[in-house]
Design a protein around this ligand. Sequence first.
Ligand SMILES: [Zn+2]
Length: 91
Amino acid sequence: MIVGRGADYVKILIEEGTVLDAPGLPQLSTDVILAAVAAAHSHGKAAVAHALTIADTSRAIKAGVDGLTHLLIDRPHTPTSSGRSPHPAPS
Ligand SMILES: [Zn+2]
């Protein structure tokens, strides 16, 4: 894993492509996302997610990511749009 070479965090791409005008991109399964989060945490690293839609953001949060690297762009934000609120940070 890249964290063994000094990475500070693991970024997980959860992106189906519609909002980027490229629908149908291959997606990670929930099991792979969960494994990536667990692997990051097992190395003492944060797991962050690229997720641009409410659906993908919800998947990321349910998987236990520590942060989001983008804000939603498929609909306006609401106080409950993402439930628990990981810190969004640009990447
Ligand atoms: Zn990204």
